[in-house]
Design a protein around this ligand. Structure first.
Ligand code: CA
Length: 427
């Protein structure tokens, strides 16, 4: 049981646990999350197929020894203590779990029974926010999204601001209102100015929107005053989640000058419960878009820095059928995660274990690949037609948004599951 080296049979590896062929969670994924069940409080787990594996009993049985992690890390309501061991720790833990759950596990019957006792059906557990989030940053790294929004608000000549092609633009968001998938989102109240020549009004947002994003979660970074070079960035990234940055456009458009997003954003952001490690995503690395002009030296990266992750957003009206409203891909992002982290720390800003860095809305080149209703309906001028015959400019009460994502290559599929949230009426 001491082997923590990566499997060399990545594409053929099978688990003794049943895994549906189209599952996002084969043995090669081994994401991390926090689950609770009828007999245990929230604590770390992983998932294979539709089974959730509680890590605390495995640790208690001595099956996770030799990884440098103490027992308390497996009995905590967030993953931060496990993440304190950095990339080497999470990699060793994943490889140990793959060893325990691969078809040719080599365990005796008594050990196998101990492992089996840690397996629970997915529908018998509750998933929780995976990490205690210290800080949350949201980037704005899709050229297509920034261009679309720029055209709508400033015209095609000034679509991209002069800084956009030179640095990954971002802002500091609010960590306290990030919620796990399945948590309802209350329509925000706020101040807005629907008519430019009249005074502002107060009321429920009438332009409630989604932003299809991913986010990465960091390990402990370097001390305050030191920077993380782009070439080292991957060592500080634990993994990725799906992210919905709910946005109230009418509140946002009135408040954002000159300091940027505030109450139009911080009423809620939703995150998928499974953190998919960068290691699991390695087979899906691909080239990102060409960058012209060439970025400054601190932002230059070599090799394939994007990931081929197919993303979609679906809208399900209350009591209605689901309609897929957007199909896009993570690889469209202009600025990659290494550049985002290098830029974030280039002034000496320190990142901490459990910080969340979201990508910004991921729009692709095609009109059905736009990652927000703002773009899909072109500011409400082209309503979307849904499966049930109804139309949407922005979200209505009772609507549920589901964002899904997975990567697939040569029969290997690694996915995130979904992040979902339903809109509740304003209060
Ligand atoms: Ca955003």
């Amino acid at each position: 049981m001491s082997d923590t080296t990566p499997p060399n049979d990545l594409y053929t590896l099978q688990s003794w646990l049943e895994t549906p062929a189209d599952s996002d969670f084969p043995l090669q994924n081994i994401p991390f999350g926090i689950s609770s069940g009828s007999h245990h409080p929230p604590r770390p787990c992983t998932r294979i197929g539709n089974q959730v594996i509680d890590l605390q009993p495995l640790a208690a049985a001595g099956l996770l020894e030799g990884l440098g992690m103490d027992a308390a890390a497996f009995d905590a309501p967030v993953l931060n203590a496990l993440m304190a061991h950095g990339k080497a720790g999470s990699r060793a833990l994943r490889h140990r779990l793959i060893q325990l759950f691969r078809a040719d596990h080599g365990m005796n019957d008594a050990t196998l029974r101990l492992v089996q006792a840690a397996v629970q059906p997915l529908d018998e557990v509750t998933m929780h926010l995976p990490v205690a989030i210290g800080d949350y940053t949201d980037f704005y790294s899709s050229r297509e999204h920034a261009t679309n929004v720029g055209i709508m608000f400033r015209g095609p000549e000034n679509a991209l601001m002069p800084n956009w092609l030179h640095l990954p633009v971002g802002y500091h968001g609010r960590a306290s209102s990030i919620v796990v998938s399945g948590t309802p989102i209350r329509r925000p109240m706020g101040q807005m100015r629907p008519k430019a020549d009249e005074p502002p009004v107060f009321g429920p947002s009438k332009q409630l929107d989604i932003e299809l994003e991913t986010a990465f979660i960091t390990f402990e970074g370097k001390p305050l005053g030191e920077r993380i070079p782009a070439a080292e960035a991957a060592d500080f990234i634990f993994g990725m989640v799906l992210f919905n940055d709910w946005s109230a456009r009418d509140i946002q458009s009135w408040e954002y000058v000159p300091l940027g997003p505030f109450l139009g954003k911080n009423f809620g952001s939703s995150m998928s419960p499974w953190v998919v490690t960068l290691e699991a995503l390695e087979p899906f690395r691909t080239q990102g878009p060409p960058q012209q002009p060439e970025p400054l030296p601190y932002l230059r990266t070599a090799g394939a820095q994007a990931f081929d992750i197919r993303l979609e957003a679906a809208l399900k009206p209350k009591n209605g059928a689901e309609s897929v409203i957007c199909t896009t891909n993570f690889k469209h992002l202009y600025w990659n995660m290494a550049q985002q982290l290098a830029h974030h720390t280039v002034n000496g800003c320190n990142v901490r274990c459990g910080d969340v860095m979201a990508s910004g809305t991921i729009s692709g080149p095609a009109p059905d690949s736009f990652g927000s209703l703002l773009e899909l309906t072109w500011r409400g001028t082209k309503p979307l037609k849904l499966q049930d015959g109804s139309e949407r400019k922005f979200l209505e009460d009772g609507d549920t948004i589901v964002i899904r994502g997975h990567a697939a290559h040569q029969g290997l599929r690694i996915g995130f599951g979904e992040v979902a949230g339903q809109i509740l009426p304003a209060q």
